[in-house]
Design a protein around this ligand. Structure first.
Ligand code: FES
Length: 107
């Protein structure tokens, strides 16, 4: 389990416990949190699960693999440092306290 804070564009926060083994995207989807669409279902093929990771977490997460890097080019206003695809972030205890911010829109 990890407690993850999802912040909607506009500032509304959702704090939920996400089970180990799920992805950060699945944590949002399973809890009905708006702002992460995940059109491809987690296959790293759409970029609609894009978020900006809280700055304090950027270095703590595993680095992007090349496929995630490529798909982020299609996201809405990606940030070179803070953008991640949440379907590529696997939840474990080390992610307890993670905070992510939704972009203005998903494309
Ligand atoms: Fe499609 Fe993450 S859900 S890239």
């Amino acid at each position: 389990m990890a407690k993850i804070t999802y912040v909607e564009y506009g500032g509304k926060e959702h704090v939920v416990e996400v089970a180990t083994g799920l992805t950060v995207m699945e944590g949002a989807r399973d809890n009905g949190i708006p702002g992460i669409e995940a059109d491809c279902g987690g296959a790293c093929a759409c970029s609609t699960c894009h978020v900006y990771v809280d700055e304090a977490w950027v270095e703590k997460l595993p680095p992007r693999d090349p496929m995630e890097e490529d798909m982020l080019d299609f996201a809405y206003e990606p940030d070179p440092v803070r953008s991640r695809l949440t379907c590529q972030l696997r939840v474990n205890e080390a992610l307890d306290g993670l905070k992510v911010f939704m972009p203005e829109k998903q494309i």
